[in-house]
Design a protein around this ligand. Sequence first.
Ligand SMILES: [Zn+2]
Length: 149
Amino acid sequence: MAVRTPHLTFLGKLLCSDIRYPLALDSKMLFLVSSLEKVGGNGAKAYMCAACDGLITHSDRLILVGGTHRHLFVNPAGVECDFHTFYSCPGAIAVGEATEVHTWFSGYTWRMAFCRQCGQHLGWYYEALFKSKPPREFWGILISQVISQ
Ligand SMILES: [Zn+2]
């Protein structure tokens, strides 16, 4: 018995470090996965900022809004806006106050969306007024502002 107790303590220490070790590996693997994603390693088409070439998002993040992921609207200034909708755009950042004024999607507010890297205007970020409405949020990225490959 006198031998077992230190042995168990040693095992306990091993188990604790075992728990930490896989976590460290996991974060490394996650880093690798996100690095691969940046070069389109998942097979999806990458959308890059037309101004700085920074990665904006991938084609596997397209989302149907009102039955389509491609939308064509004319803004109040008479400019045609041809864009895709994505559920996630890691390379874009939403800026400004959310507003419902002139929204193209009923029940959604919008904010301007810019390239996270160079600040180029890319489109808009939409958020549902009522959180129960799916999708809760999406991005409208202008086709003219990105290069796909
Ligand atoms: Zn950019």
